[in-house]
Write a protein that binds this ligand. Sequence first.
Ligand code: CP
Length: 337
Amino acid sequence: MHLLGVQGMPASQLRAVLARARHYEPEGQRAVTPARETAGRVLDVLRGVTVANLFFEDSTRTRMSFSLAARRLGAHVVDLTSSDSSVNKGETIRDTAANVAAMGVDAMVVRHRASGAAALVARAVGATWGTCVVNAGDGKHEHPTQGMLDSFTISECFGRLEDFDLSGLKIAIVGDVASSRVARSDIAAMTTLGAEVIVVGPPHLAPPSLRVLGCGVCHDLDEVIDRVDAVNVLRIQFERAGGGGGGPGERVGGATLAKAPNVVSSVREYAELYGLSLRRAERMKKGAVILHPGPINRGVEMTAAVADGDRSVVLRQVGHGVAVRMAVLELCLGARS
Ligand code: CP
């Protein structure tokens, strides 16, 4: 079985993945079955299985946590990155995937800058080789395990780990929504679980057309900041807009940023209007939390004080990512046999 996206996934299936992730989550794990399956141990669930990470785009969290997840389940892991592969000699992703499949791997975890890349790989290797394909982020399309781990984190913060029912919760996704695969997977996962989602940003980054995804749209962060239970702050994707060149950019929060004329006209103005400052964070409801998928542009999407503050659950998201990816690999590979 492949995991290419969350959009269209039935709630029962999504909840089954999250429930399995809870089983693997160290805190929950200690409470349920002490000392049997803790995060540091290697299990036998995927013993004899080989997982190939095919990362054609940079990653820290996703790649490392998929590797850790596979290893903790007992699998072998091999890594291929675009920087040291024959992609640099012009080989297509389809040919690359077919050649890796021919070596006998059971699953491929694929990240690529092109939307639809994971689906293309699944078509290339699924039927012929029986290889499972897991989308680790394709262009602006989807990042399904990020949507799952963000939903898991919010479920934990609000005591919903028993049923993963997010009814009654209002979640804001702030920033560069139009370019964001995280936003698409978050909106799909969180609305499927019953939450109300509103995207917030300037009209070109959060256009009204996004309503088709089942979320609300707002252009004023100050209008919603004191009404939501969670704020997921997205990174401005300077590299995706292709505006990073052309000499030094603005200084924000002590750092000089690359120029980004295609994303926002002024990074400083963006930070003032849509950045999560301490002043804005202090207006949030009691118990409301702040998420960020990473990597954070400190001083742009949020200040360092907010990123490291009491409301921030950024590193809890990262920790839950391993458990979610253990569950995904187990369920995808288990469904294959
Ligand atoms: N959240 C996320 O996808 O981070 P990486 O790009 O570091 O994997």
